[in-house]
Design a protein around this ligand. Structure first.
Ligand code: ATP
Ligand code: MG
Length: 461
């Protein structure tokens, strides 16, 4: 079996596209989570600092309005009050002549110009982020006091860092997981296809009976297996039919050939001077040659059947004319029976005239063969909705009921003993049936032993 390149395998392609889709979805989701969480944390930080600013301004206002001096002690009280809420808040007070701050010993990035009131900034310093907020308050003396709040975002950032690490880990695990599950499911799904290919490889003319196992596949693959198995069934049947047909046909040809061979041997042995023997031999040989020609014609018709099926020469044919013509023909060549023709109005059918004529003749030939002398053969016609019926009835020996369904099988004869005198190969009715099938019609046989037989052809108008 051919080995495929790893990247050409459908299972690899399915697994790859599955894990790629999975990982891309995961990445997009992570990005959305990251953006929304960082935005949320930054907004939270801002609002916390703004709230601290409000507390500071309120405290400072209280002190100023009490006309108390805003000295170092008061400021450190205020700063303590704010810082007690949140350790990472640093405050910077700037008076025209002096500055107070609670971050003397902490290395902070450059102080953003405190005079830029109302501004706020995020800035990064030594891998840490800080949030700066500047504000200003006026003392009753007109003195401007600038206040700067600085929030250290270390805690929030470490939270975000932890989130990023977790997401990277999840992405990695997800990627590996998606590849493993993708490969597993792709292999599991495609396994039946490999078994289909393996079974198909084993099938040849000698084991057409092999089938692909269908268990547990109620899906597209199950349907494919069913379709292939049905196809195999049809192939097997048609191959069997063909083999049987060939062996039946050669069997049928063997008898006349051995009869001819027998007479040739006799003539060889006794010489052609024996007049009686020569006459008997010639007449038998002639009869057998006639039989073989008839058989060959039928076999050729069957062999050409498939082509004829596609090339039906359908025309509007006057059925009454056709039946009258056939009846006249048989009256001429068969003086042993009487013929009658019933209910034939002028009527046109869309048929292949040559083939229907051939079918009607084959049915009448059977009636002639299996009907004793002086009995009647009747041809009649009936119309029914979108169909018309041609009936041929005789008063012959009839056919036992159990044989009727098998009469359309090739080479089927009711009983060799009764057909010995009449001859025939058992192909007539099978040919009639295929002609009727080509016209999308039906054939029915109704028969009573020793009373007679009626064959009905039902054809669409
Ligand atoms: P062939 O038509 O090939 O020369 P055949 O007449 O034996 O040979 P079919 O026409 O297929 O073959 O008929 C099959 C069998 O059905 C016949 O052998 C005969 O036993 C039986 N049969 C057909 N038509 C009649 C009939 N009208 N009356 C009695 N038996 C019939
Ligand atoms: Mg026949």
């Amino acid at each position: 079996m051919k080995k495929f390149n790893f990247f050409n395998k459908i299972s690899t392609k399915i697994a790859m596209s599955f894990s790629l889709t999975f990982v891309l979805t995961l990445l997009v989701l992570n990005l959305i989570i990251y953006i929304s969480i960082t935005t949320h944390i930054n907004t939270l930080e801002q609002s916390l600092v703004i709230a601290r600013k409000e507390v500071i301004l309120e405290e400072v206002n209280n002190i100023i309005s009490d006309c108390t001096i805003l000295g170092k002690e008061e400021i450190s009280n205020i700063i303590d009050k704010v810082s007690s809420h949140r350790d990472q808040i640093y405050v910077n007070f700037k008076f025209p002549e002096k500055t107070y701050q609670n971050f003397d010993k902490i290395a902070l990035p450059y102080t953003i110009d405190i005079d830029q009131v109302g501004e706020y900034h995020f800035m990064k310093f030594q891998k840490n982020r800080f949030f700066y907020l500047n504000t200003m308050i006026k003392a009753p003396s007109g003195e401007k006091i600038y206040i700067q709040l600085i929030s250290d975002l270390k805690a929030s950032d470490s939270l975000i860092d932890a989130l990023i690490s977790t997401m990277i880990l999840i992405d990695l695990v997800g990627f590996i997981f998606s590849i493993v599950t993708g490969v597993f499911f792709a292999k599991k799904t495609l396994k039946p296809i490999n078994s289909i290919a393996d079974t198909a490889e084993l099938i040849n003319l000698h084991n057409l009976n092999k089938r692909i196992e269908t268990s547990n596949h109620d899906d597209e693959i199950g349907r494919l297996i069913k379709v292939i198995n049905n196809m195999m069934e049809r192939l097997e049947r048609s191959f069997e039919n063909q083999t049987k047909f060939i062996s039946d046909a050669s069997h049928e040809l063997r008898t006349p050939l051995s009869i001819i061979n027998g007479y040739v041997d006799l003539l060889n042995q006794w010489g052609i001077d024996n007049k009686d023997l020569t006459e008997e031999a010639l007449s038998s040989i002639k009869g057998e040659v006639f039989n073989m020609t008839d058989l060959m014609e039928k076999l050729l018709f069957i062999a050409r059947e498939e082509n004829t099926r596609c090339n039906l020469n359908l025309t509007d044919v006057n059925i009454s004319d056709l039946l009258k013509r056939v009846c006249k023909e048989f009256k001429m060549i068969d003086k042993k029976h009487t013929y009658s023709i019933h209910n034939i109005p002028d009527f046109y059918g869309f048929i292949d005239e040559k083939l229907i004529l051939q079918a009607v003749r084959a049915i009448i030939e059977n009636s002639i063969k299996y009907t004793p002398k002086n009995k009647k053969i009747t041809i009649s016609y009936e119309q029914e909705k979108s169909y018309f019926k041609i009936k041929v009835s005789d008063e012959g020996i009839g056919i036992p009921k159990k044989h009727i369904p098998k009469l359309f099988n090739r080479f089927y004869r009711v009983d060799e003993a009764r057909t010995k005198d009449t001859g025939g190969n058992g192909l007539g009715l099978s040919i009639v049936k295929s002609i009727v099938d080509m016209h999308n019609g039906h054939i029915f046989i109704d028969s009573d032993v020793n009373k007679g037989t009626t064959v009905t052809l039902k054809l669409p108008i």
